[in-house]
Design a protein around this ligand. Structure first.
Ligand SMILES: Cc1cc2nc3c(=O)[nH]c(=O)nc-3n(C[C@H](O)[C@H](O)[C@H](O)COP(=O)(O)O)c2cc1C
Length: 369
């Protein structure tokens, strides 16, 4: 079958004509299907992760992908209203599209925080209804809010009324042993009524007693079918699947069922595949940069941050330790960037030392061929 001229033009514009559009499944021989032009803004995102997806991490991720949506760590309403806005919300122009995740359960406080977030330029305000930590439960927010859909709806309504940017919710498929599909369906239904149009669904239950947050990301089984069913039952909503996704092939498969996919740990630990996402999934151009060029950009950022904010380079370097994952010399390179004895050195000097061990590792690999 021939590709219509306008389709070919669209394909060429976004550079996918010669790529296998895996996200559409295996095309029959000769059929080339263009990437849709109305891609969801939530098609691919990096998850909010406390202590991980801070401003520096997001800057690093932005060197790898221009179009993937990024999320902040969870910021609590108490922390924001009684602490420093700048410390919690400072962001770099390059971070967009970027969402602020809030933790809280008091509608007016959430509305005020949403307004503050919108004022700082965030493109979305997300409410955390998925965190199972006991500390968060004591504050009566996070995953335990799933038991109170009316309260979540009140929170969402207050935020929707307060800001023009989208208000979204990130949640689980259930809490404790409540495993019925009806539970999550009714939760989404109630919250959608209040004006939420985007639901990010971590496809496992949160067990509120007896498991640590880490265990709660690993032990309750993943049940993707429930997330797919949400999309079928609420076709007018954007449903984003999260949990356990570790490869482009898995992303492609999920995108056949839902509007978007969010990756957390995999993106953090093995960030380089993100350089392929803009072209493969997001209608953008391939990332032309090498790992060395990304590292050089990070060193320039470290120098700027040191001057502007007194940030030590180690607070930034810790997020990029997976940059050379899989390459010869990567382990030594990582050791250099995480060696606390080097903290007094300027970032550029540490970078030179890291580059030297990497080059040595790669030369040894070549010599052994
Ligand atoms: C270190 C860490 C911190 C996290 N902090 C948050 C958080 O602040 N807010 C939130 O909604 N989820 C948080 N999560 C959960 C992730 O957003 C995501 O839902 C979870 O890791 C499952 O996705 P994954 O399997 O792709 O990692 C955190 C996860 C990790 C590993």
């Amino acid at each position: 079958m021939r590709v219509a001229n306008d389709e070919r033009a669209a394909c060429e514009t976004i550079g996918v004509l010669n790529e296998k559009p895996a996200f559409y499944g295996e095309p029959a021989a000769g059929i080339i299907r263009p990437m849709p032009t109305d891609l969801s803004p939530w098609r691919l995102s990096v998850a909010p992760m406390l202590d991980w997806t801070d401003k520096h991490c997001r800057f690093f991720h932005r060197q790898l992908t221009q179009k993937t949506r990024l999320y902040t760590e969870m910021v609590t309403t108490g922390g924001l209203l009684h602490g420093s806005e700048r410390r919690h919300l400072r962001l770099d122009d390059c971070e967009h599209p970027v969402a602020l995740q809030l933790g809280g359960s008091e509608p007016q406080e959430l509305a005020r925080c949403a307004q503050i977030g919108a004022r700082w330029g965030y493109d979305e305000i997300n409410l955390n209804c998925g965190c199972p930590s006991e500390r968060v439960q004591r504050g009566a927010f996070g995953a335990c809010l799933m038991a109170e859909p009316t309260l979540v709806a009140d929170c969402v309504k207050a935020m929707v009324d307060a800001v023009d940017v989208p208000v979204t919710v990130k949640h689980r498929i259930g809490i404790d042993r409540e495993e019925s599909y009806a539970f999550v369906r009714d939760f989404v239904g109630a919250v959608a009524q209040a004006g939420c149009r985007v639901f990010i669904v971590h496809a496992r239950n949160a067990w509120l007693k007896g498991l640590s947050p880490k265990e709660n990301r690993e032990i309750p089984p993943l049940r993707y079918e429930l997330v797919y069913q949400l999309k079928r039952d609420f076709p007018q909503l954007s449903i984003v699947l999260n949990g356990g996704v570790t490869s482009d092939e898995q992303i492609a498969a999920h995108l056949q069922q839902v509007d978007g996919v969010m990756l957390g740990r995999e993106a953090y630990h093995h960030p380089w595949p993100m350089t392929g996402w803009d072209a493969r999934f997001l209608g953008g151009a391939p990332n032309p940069r090498t790992r060395a060029e990304v590292e050089a950009a990070m060193v320039a950022y470290m120098q700027r941050e040191a001057i502007e904010d007194g940030t030590p380079w180690s607070a930034i370097a810790r997020h990029m330790l997976g940059l050379h994952h899989g390459e010869r010399g990567a382990r030594l390179w990582r050791q250099i960037w995480s060696d606390h004895r080097r903290k007094p050195l300027p970032a550029a000097e540490v970078a030179a030392q890291a580059a030297a061990v990497l080059a040595e590792g790669q030369a040894q690999a070549l010599a052994s061929i």
